[in-house]
Ligand binder design. Structure first.
Ligand code: ARG
Length: 622
């Protein structure tokens, strides 16, 4: 039931051939009429091929070449392809299809409108996108690069397709670890040993680690020391460490209770930690041109009052059950249940996520909830999705249907050695340091390549190149896979990189500027020009342009921004071939020049639109 015009030849062929199969073999159920349209394996002979006859032949017990002939006899392609005949059937039963240039020109012309052929959605979704997810009193590290920019790209993609996107930064700002550092900072501040107002995030992180160490009792060390009779001095030291740790832990627990009760003195310290962390986080997101703002923060602390309610509800309805003093929710198909309350009465990471689903679906109206979080948390999300589903917290109150829940997990960022990317001393790499380094290196490259640009513009170009390089290198990798980080590779102007795509975009713009400057043309002289698709390179470019709407749709369905990257790289390559093989400003006649300028302009707008959808900056010149 195609309700909106499609510009995608694959989809058109898919529909026409499915209809032909229905006419030739009415006994075949609609679901089995897939003609399997793919790009042609022999680009010289054909543009596409249909491979469906083989499977149909098997199903019908017929020779696939005969099946293919029956389809060819019924298919109506008069307006779009060269006529099919006996010779169109190849090998065991492939059908070769060659599109007509005038048909491609007509499709490209109808795609050339403000929305670039992207249909308005039949059902408007509200996609709640969980992204960023920083933790208080800690610097953002390289892993957050992915949680920020893949999450932002997915949110932008939904917006681009005409849906609503609601970003949620699920900040780790609650619970015992945060209470430990809050307690530590409070005692130091009370003793006049630190100036809280001037404390940097770096210092907070150090104190956070110190606080955790202080609270960790060396029970095992003591057991070993006793077993190996390590002498009274060692044992006494360990005993006193354990005593101290118990005290520190007790103090942290008291602090947690005070924090939960919003005790003003304790809460003020927590607020300060939160302010400093979030300022650094949002600055980093801004440096990355990622749309993560204060209004997107929905930290774990914001669920504090909702946890008890949710747990009571789950107990009352018999969904949660007791197990060794703790509360669990069993999830079908999972061996490990979702733990929602510890035996000491404390709530967990999962409890908050269960409550968060209820808010995201039933308050924020999510019809899809998407988690852009490290793939290693996959079990956690299965448990949480399962528990929330049993409770019906995932039922959207408007549609009455469960929201679609997805963990868009991502792989790790690796160093040259194939191990998690770390500094030389083995520390986590700070995200802001990576951004700064990318910008510095981009400036060096751009200063050399674009020496003729005025200083201010050169600085702008360098910033865009650095940000595009870093983000594109991440986004272009298969989301779930690990990838090896390399400044050199991401900043190269050749290959599937951010700088290469910016450069391709700039080239599409410069030829149009030249047409104005050297030919005295105005942009509207080609914006409505008749498009002709005659040369092979024009045809290849047209076919690639027409794939854009379908690419966005499939990237959104799979939650895979890298599909857009691969597409843009293809488009840039096709444009480059077109530009080499088809003269634009020196075209044989004016009509051809204007047609080609219009193809340049459409390529420009698709490239820019794709880059913007990914959250990359774009440029006029470089
Ligand atoms: N703060 C978490 C972490 O560092 C990430 C939060 C992800 N989002 C969520 N809803 N659990 O692992």
């Amino acid at each position: 039931m195609p309700t909106q015009p499609t510009f995608d030849p694959v989809q058109i062929l898919q529909e026409r051939f499915a209809a032909a199969i229905g006419l030739a073999f009415p006994e075949v159920a609609e679901a089995d009429r897939d003609p399997v349209i793919t790009p042609s394996k022999m680009a010289k002979l054909a543009d596409f091929q249909s491979n469906g006859a083989m499977a149909l032949g098997k199903k019908l017990g017929k020779n696939p070449r005969e099946v293919a002939a029956a389809i060819v006899a019924k298919v109506d392609l008069a307006d779009i392809a060269e006529p099919l005949n006996e010779g169109s059937i190849a090998g065991p039963g492939f059908i070769n299809i060659k599109l007509r240039g005038d048909a491609l020109a007509a499709l490209v012309t109808s795609m050339d409108r403000p929305g670039l052929g992207v249909p308005t959605p039949e059902v408007k979704e509200t996609a709640v996108v969980d992204l960023c997810g920083v933790n208080l009193a800690k610097q953002m590290h390289i892993g957050h690069l992915r949680a920020v920019i893949i999450g932002d790209a997915i949110a932008r993609l939904f917006e681009r397709l005409g849906h609503n996107a609601v970003r949620q930064n699920h900040v780790g700002d609650w619970g015992l670890p945060i209470a430990m550092v809050t307690a530590k900072l409070k005692s130091l501040a009370d003793a006049g040993k630190i100036d809280l107002a001037a404390l940097s995030l770096d210092s907070m992180e150090k104190l956070y680690k110190a606080a955790q160490l202080e609270c960790a009792a060396e029970e095992r060390g003591l057991a070993m020391a006793r077993k190996y009779r390590m002498g009274p001095k060692v044992i006494a030291e360990l005993e006193s460490q354990i005593e101290g740790a118990k005290e520190a832990m007790a103090h942290a627990k008291q602090t947690l209770v005070k924090l939960q009760a919003h005790d003003p003195a304790v809460f003020a310290i927590w607020q300060r930690i939160s302010d400093v962390t979030m300022k650094a986080c949002l600055d980093t997101c801004a440096a990355l041109h990622a749309n993560v703002k204060p209004e997107h923060s929905a930290g774990e602390s914001s669920y504090a009052l909702e946890l008890g309610q949710a747990v009571d509800d789950l107990v009352k309805r018999g969904i949660a059950e007791e197990s060794a003093g703790a509360l669990i929710v069993r999830v079908e198909g999972l061996e490990e249940p979702c733990l929602i309350r510890k035996s000491d009465g404390g709530y967990l990471y999962a409890t908050t996520d269960v409550a968060a689903i209820k808010r995201r679906v039933q308050k924020l109206g999510g019809t899809r909830v998407i988690y852009c979080v490290d793939a290693r948390q996959s079990l956690h999300f299965k448990q949480v999705f399962g528990a929330a589903h049993r409770a019906g917290y995932d039922i959207n109150l408007t549609t009455g249907k469960p929201a679609r829940m997805d963990h868009a997990g991502f792989g790790m960022v690796l160093g040259d050695d194939g191990r998690p990317f770390k500094t030389r001393s083995g520390e986590n790499v700070k995200l802001m340091d990576v951004v700064t380094e990318a910008l510095k290196r981009a400036a060096a490259v751009v200063n050399e390549r674009s020496a003729e640009l005025p200083d201010a513009e050169r600085a702008r170009v360098a910033e865009a190149v650095g940000v595009a390089a870093l983000k594109y290198a991440d986004l272009s990798n298969d989301r779930v896979k690990d990838y090896v980080f390399s400044f050199d590779r991401m900043l190269a102007f050749e290959g599937n990189t951010g700088p290469y795509l910016l450069y391709a975009l700039v080239r599409t713009r410069s030829v149009q500027r030249k047409a104005v400057a050297e030919r005295g043309l105005t942009t509207d002289s080609w914006e409505h020009a008749a498009i002709t698709v005659a040369e092979p390179a024009e045809k290849a470019l047209a076919l690639t342009l027409l794939r854009y709407p379908g690419t966005l749709a499939s990237a959104a369905d799979a939650l895979e921004p890298h599909r857009i990257c691969n597409y843009l790289y293809d488009l840039a390559g096709m444009y480059s071939t077109f530009y080499d093989q088809c003269h634009v400003l020196k075209a044989p006649d004016d009509a051809t020049m204007l047609s080609r300028l219009r193809l340049c302009s459409l390529t420009e707008r698709v490239l820019a639109d794709g880059l913007e959808t990914l959250g990359l900056p774009t440029l006029e010149r470089m």
